[in-house]
Ligand binder design. Structure first.
Ligand code: ADP
Length: 533
C-alpha cells in the first residue's frame, strides 16, 4: 500500500508528494508536533510495519469560518456555525458567547444582541466542538416548528457523525490496509454511535451494518452483511436515487449533500429515516437516523392546517352571507326569513366557538396545563341536561332518549369536563346519523364505575378503524364526501379527559347499524346499606 511503502522506504520528499495529492491530510514520522490549524477536527491513523509504529496519517477538517460558510451554503434558510467552548465560529468570524455550556436541545440563544433559535450537535462522542444551526427567532412562525427543527437537528447530527465516522471507517473497506488494532477501534466507534451506519461496496454489497442500524430498522446484521443492498433493504433503488452522496468526507459543502428523509417499509411497518452518504474509494458509507416520530408530527401539522382551514371557512362563509343579506335586504325579508338567518348566525357562531374551544383544549392537553378537578358529582343531572340541550338542536327525524338505573352513586371527577365528553359524544351521534333515528343515553353502575353509553343508529364505524378514531385529527372521511365536517379532535379530547379522570372509553359498532360509545368513571363512594337508607 503506497502510504505504508512510503513510510518504510521513501524519503521525506515522497511523503510530501503524497501529502500534496490529498486535501487536509498530514503524513508524519514524528509521534507529535505535526502542524495543524488551531481548531481542527482530526482523525489519526497509526501506520505500523512489523508491529512497530513508523508514522501516522492525520486527517483534519479546519473548523473555521470557511467551513461555517460552506455548511451555511448547503442549507436553506438557516445559518450554520461551529461552537468550541465559549466561542461560536460563524461565517463572519468568531463570536464570544456568554456561556460555555453545551447546546443540548433546540433553544433560543443571544448572539451579538440578536435572538436565534438554535439546534446543536457534537461532532462526535467526546468531541468538544458542536455543529450549530441558527435561525433568527423573529423569522420563525410559532406553529409546529419544533418538529421541523428536530428534523433539521437530525440532519446536522448525521453530517457531524459522518464527518467523524467517515474518517474512522474510511480505511475499513480495504481491510488489508488496517492493522487489527485499528479495525477494532473502528468497530468500537461504530458499535457505540447512536446513528445507523452501513457500508455498501462498489458491487452494491453491504459490508458493514452497525448495532444502531439493527436497532432502528430491526434488520439483523447477520442477515444483511455480505448480501446485496438491493435484495436486503426494501426500496433500496428508490433510496439511492434520492439520498445525497458527498464526494468526500469533508465534502459537506456540496449543495446536494444535506440529509434526505426517506420511508422504509419493513414487514408492514413504515419507518422514516434521515439519511446521508459519503463516497469512499471502495464504496459508500451511509449514516441514518430514525425520524418517524417527527415525520408523524409534521403530517399531523399539515392535516391540522388543512382540516381547520376548511372547518373555519364553511361557517365563516355562511355567517358572512347571512349578515350581508340582513344588512342589504333586511327590511324586505319576511319575519320568518329574518328569524331563520339569525338562527343560522347563532348556530354557525356556536360551531366556530366550539371549534376554537376544541383547539384550545387539545393544546392544553398536549402541554399538560389543562385543569381537571376531582370531586364527587351527581351524574343524573348532567345526563338530563345534556339530553335536553341536544333535543333543541335536532329535527323530528331524530329522537333522544335517556335510560338510567334508579339509584346511581356519585361519580368522582370533573362535572364540567364530563358534560363536555357527553355533549361531544351526543353531537357525534347526531352528526353521524344523517338519516335520523334514535339516540339513547344509558347510565348504569357497578361497584366501582358509573358507565355512560351513547347509542345511535347512524353510519357506524368499520372494525379496523375503531381504535384510530381516538387519534388526534383522525377522521374516517377526511375529504367530507358525506358532507359531514369536523376537526378530528373531538374523540381525542374525550379520551384524554376520561383518562385524566381515571376512567376509560371505548366504542362498539357494526358498520351501517350504528355505534355505541361507552365511558366509565370511578364511583365517588360506594352505596352501602346505611348510606342508601
Ligand atoms: P370529528 O370532528 O371528525 O367528528 P371526532 O374525533 O369526534 O372528530 O371523530 C373522529 C371520527 O370518528 C369522525 O370523523 C367519524 O368518522 C368517526 N365517528 C365519531 N363518532 C361517530 C359515530 N357516532 N358514528 C360514526 N362515526 C363516528
Amino acid at each position: 500500500m503506497p502510504v505504508q511503502r512510503a513510510f518504510v522506504k521513501g524519503g521525506e520528499s515522497e511523503l510530501a508528494r503524497i501529502q500534496r495529492t490529498k486535501l487536509n491530510v498530514v503524513l508524519t514520522r514524528k509521534p507529535s508536533g505535526a502542524k495543524l490549524p488551531p481548531n481542527a477536527g482530526t482523525r489519526i491513523v497509526e501506520v505500523l510495519s512489523a508491529g512497530r509504529r513508523i508514522g501516522r496519517v492525520i486527517a483534519f477538517v479546519p473548523l473555521d469560518r470557511h467551513l461555517a460558510a460552506r455548511l451555511t451554503g448547503t442549507t436553506t434558510g438557516q445559518q450554520v456555525a461551529l461552537k468550541n467552548g465559549g466561542v461560536l465560529i460563524e461565517q463572519n468570524g468568531p463570536v464570544r458567547l456568554q456561556s460555555r455550556l453545551p447546546l443540548a436541545n433546540a433553544r433560543d440563544l443571544l448572539v451579538g444582541g440578536t435572538s436565534y433559535r438554535v439546534v446543536a450537535t457534537r461532532l462526535g462522542e467526546g468531541h468538544a466542538v458542536e455543529l450549530v444551526a441558527l435561525k433568527r427567532s423573529s423569522a420563525i412562525a410559532g406553529d409546529a416548528n419544533a418538529a421541523r427543527w428536530r428534523v433539521i437537528g437530525a440532519g446536522f447530527g448525521l453530517i457531524a457523525a459522518l464527518l467523524t465516522i467517515a474518517y474512522a471507517v474510511a480505511p475499513a473497506i480495504a481491510k488489508n490496509r488496517l492493522t487489527r488494532q485499528e479495525r477494532d477501534q473502528a468497530e468500537r466507534v461504530l458499535a457505540h454511535v447512536g446513528d445507523g451506519i452501513f457500508l455498501v461496496d462498489l458491487d452494491g454489497v453491504i459490508r458493514l451494518w452497525n448495532p444502531a442500524a439493527e436497532a432502528i430498522t430491526g434488520l439483523r446484521a447477520d442477515s444483511i452483511r455480505g448480501r446485496p443492498a438491493q435484495e436486503t433493504i426494501p426500496g433500496w433503488n428508490a433510496i439511492t436515487a434520492i439520498v445525497p452522496v458527498a464526494a468526500k468526507p469533508g465534502g459537506m459543502h456540496d449543495a446536494s449533500s444535506s440529509a434526505e428523509t426517506v420511508p422504509l417499509d419493513i414487514a408492514g411497518r413504515e419507518i422514516w429515516l434521515s439519511i446521508v452518504g459519503v463516497a469512499l474509494a471502495d464504496g459508500t458509507v451511509y449514516a441514518f437516523r430514525d425520524v418517524t416520530r417527527e415525520r408523524r408530527l409534521e403530517d399531523q401539522r399539515s392535516e391540522f392546517v388543512a382540516t381547520i382551514s376548511h372547518e373555519l371557512r364553511t361557517p365563516l362563509a355562511s355567517l358572512h352571507g347571512a349578515a350581508l343579506t340582513l344588512r342589504e335586504h333586511g327590511q324586505q325579508l319576511s319575519p320568518q326569513t329574518q328569524h331563520d338567518l339569525l338562527d343560522m348566525i347563532a348556530g354557525q357562531s356556536r360551531r366556530l366557538a366550539d371549534l376554537i374551544e376544541e383547539i384550545l383544549v387539545a393544546g392544553q392537553l398536549d402541554s399538560g396545563s389543562l385543569h381537571v378537578v376531582s370531586e364527587p358529582f351527581d351524574p343524573e343531572e348532567l345526563v338530563w341536561a345534556t339530553a335536553a340541550a341536544a333535543r333543541v338542536r335536532v329535527d323530528e327525524s331524530m329522537q333522544i332518549d335517556v335510560s338510567m338505573s334508579t339509584v346511581l352513586p356519585m361519580v368522582r371527577g370533573d362535572a364540567r369536563r364530563t358534560r363536555q365528553v357527553l355533549s361531544n359524544l351526543v353531537d357525534n351521534a347526531i352528526k353521524y346519523s344523517p338519516d335520523g333515528g334514535r339516540i339513547e343515553l344509558i347510565v348504569d353502575a357497578d361497584e366501582d364505575y358509573v358507565r355512560f353509553s351513547i347509542r345511535d343508529e347512524g353510519i357506524g364505524i368499520p372494525l379496523g378503524e375503531q381504535k384510530r378514531i381516538f387519534d388526534k385529527f383522525y377522521r374516517l372521511d377526511p375529504d367530507q364526501r358525506r358532507g359531514i365536517g369536523g376537526s378530528g379532535l373531538g374523540l381525542y379530547i374525550c379520551q384524554a379527559l376520561v383518562r385524566s379522570m381515571n376512567g376509560r372509553i371505548h366504542v362498539e359498532s357494526d358498520p351501517g347499524e350504528g355505534a355505541v360509545f361507552t365511558f366509565e368513571l370511578p364511583v365517588a363512594e360506594r352505596i352501602t346499606a346505611t348510606s342508601a337508607a
